[in-house]
Every structure is written in C-alpha cells, then in structure tokens.
Design a protein around this ligand. Structure first.
Ligand SMILES: Cc1ncc(COP(=O)(O)O)c(C=O)c1O
Length: 283
C-alpha cells in the first residue's frame, strides 16, 4: 500500500510530507527559480546516481548557484528516504531560497531551499503509448533541468487531452524531445537520437540507452531527426528515468510501424531490464 504521508527531507530535517512547508516568498514558488532531479531506485539502489548528481551540479552552476550539499550528503539523505526494495523514484529540488520581498534579481546571502522525497514509480504500459507532435514553445536553455516547466506542462496537457501520453516537441522542422522525455527513432534500421545541446535535456536514460546500443552493436547515430523522418520511422521511443524506454506506437493518430513495439525496442528493453536486474542484485 502506498504511504500517503511519507517522510521527506526539507532543509536539514526529516518530517512527514504533510508537515513539510515552504514560505510563499520562496523563489521557487514566485519565479520557478530552481532546479530538480528525478532518480529511479531499484532494489533500494539509485540508478546512475553519480550521473544524476553531476547533472544537478551543472544545472545549479548554469543558474549561478553553489551546490548546497556534497555527493555523500545527498547519498545519505536518499538512503534515509528509500524504504523497501520496490521500484521507487527520488525527487529532489533546490531553489534559490526565500527572499524578503518579490524582486527578480537574486537577493544577496540567502540559503537555498533543499527538498527531497521518495515515491513509488507508476507502472509502465507494456503495449506502448500514443503521442502527438507539437511546436516547441520553450526557452533556449532546455539543457538545464529547471523547475520552470510551464511550456512542458501545457504541452503534456495537450497530449493528455488528445488521449496521448506524450507531446513530442518540434523545433525548426526537427523532432527533438518529449515534454518530459528524450526521443529515439529507428529509421532504415538505424537507431537515431538528437545530439545533446542547449535545445534538449541531456537525459540520463538517453545516455544509458546510447551506451547499451554501442556496447551491443546496435547501429546508432546521434543526429537530428526531421519531422519527415519521424513520420516514416519504423519505431519511435521515448526515454526517461521513470518511463524507461517506452515505445510510441501511434503518433498523431497514425500507427508507427505496425502499431506494436518493434524488434529493436524488444532487444533494447531486454538489455535495459537486465541493467536494472544487475542493480537490484547489487552487481
Ligand atoms: C524535457 C525532458 N527531457 C528528457 C527527460 C529525460 O531525462 P532522464 O532520462 O534523465 O529522466 C526529462 C525527464 O524528466 C525531461 O523533463
């Protein structure tokens, strides 16, 4: 049974979620001035913890903040929050902190607000999901894992209202990533994923999938995917820490391939699940 009031971490304290409160002058609340991470946990062990903490460090540095905690301190907090061996996710958020009034410029000398919680991972639909394509209306620094997610929220909602699980963003005629996921497509037998840059989030799952493809001689190119290619692709997948490698079987109301998860996905998913199993066993 899901604990409705789990213990969470807020600014040095462990307390029930229902008692964790932040000020209305917190800059996360007023401006979305902060960054976050989502880390999957299997068998009580976070997957790719070092990589997530490294990306957190980059996000903080890009928004001109110092890391509030060292890697060992984060790990100790997560160990306290992780309960049991079921699949779960750590959510952590760091905002610039609480000002004395609402002012866009950074208030000098304030302490960051640091929050973390651990919740179960929702089941992943085995038969794949539907998606729509949308115009990318986000800002130009999409490589930062910022809590400022209004465009992503609006686009995901548009997908949900169309009976779909994800919105694939299109910028200048190229499909680049989902509202909360990275994008892969199999085109003429080659697995494609857009290159890292300021227009996409450098997904930890994306990197793991690239690594698995390279280690297993699955043909892969990190290059831009035009909308025309996406529409002709044999397979389309989205990847994220909580949705793993998820096939998109219908795009804009049309079947992708034969409308079922394709053979390259079947192979990749088996390899990805094996990584999770090894982590569960502590290997
Ligand atoms: C915009 C965006 N792209 C990609 C991803 C996937 O990143 P990761 O694999 O690190 O979860 C996310 C995850 O939330 C995201 O929000």
């Amino acid at each position: 049974m899901v604990n409705q009031d789990p213990i969470v971490y807020l600014n040095g304290e462990f307390l029930p979620l229902s008692q964790a409160k932040v000020s209305v002058l917190d800059r996360g609340f007023l401006f979305g001035d902060g960054v976050y991470e989502v880390i999957p946990v299997y068998g009580g062990r976070p997957l790719r913890l070092a990589e997530h903490l490294e990306r957190l460090g980059k996000s903080l540095s890009d928004i001109r903040m110092e890391p509030p905690l060292a890697a060992e301190e984060w790990a100790a907090i997560f160990n306290s929050l992780i309960q049991g061996g079921h699949d779960q996710q750590i959510y952590l958020q760091v905002t610039r902190g609480v000002g004395t009034r609402r002012d866009h410029a950074f208030p000098p000398g304030i302490a960051p607000t640091v929050f973390a919680m651990c919740t179960p991972i929702a089941p992943i639909p085995a038969a794949g999901v539907k998606a729509i394509t949308v115009q990318d209306i986000r800002w130009q620094w999409c490589h930062i894992k910022a809590i400022t997610l209004l465009a992503n929220v609006l686009q995901r909602q548009q997908a949900v209202e169309a009976g779909c699980a994800e919105a694939i963003m299109v910028r200048d005629g190229y499909a680049i990533e989902g509202a909360a996921s990275n994008l892969f497509a199999v085109v003429e037998g080659v697995l494609l994923t857009p290159p890292k840059g300021t227009d996409i989030l450098p997904g930890i799952t994306r990197d793991l999938v690239v690594e698995i493809a390279q280690a297993n001689a699955i043909p892969l190119q990190e290059r831009k995917i035009s909308l025309a290619e996406l529409n002709q692709a044999e397979e389309v997948w989205m990847t994220s820490s909580t949705r793993e490698v998820l096939p998109i079987v219908e795009l804009d109301g049309r079947k992708v391939g034969n409308g079922e998860p394709g053979p390259v996905w079947v192979r990749m998913n088996a390899l990805y699940q094996r990584r999770k199993e090894l982590l569960r066993k502590g290997l």
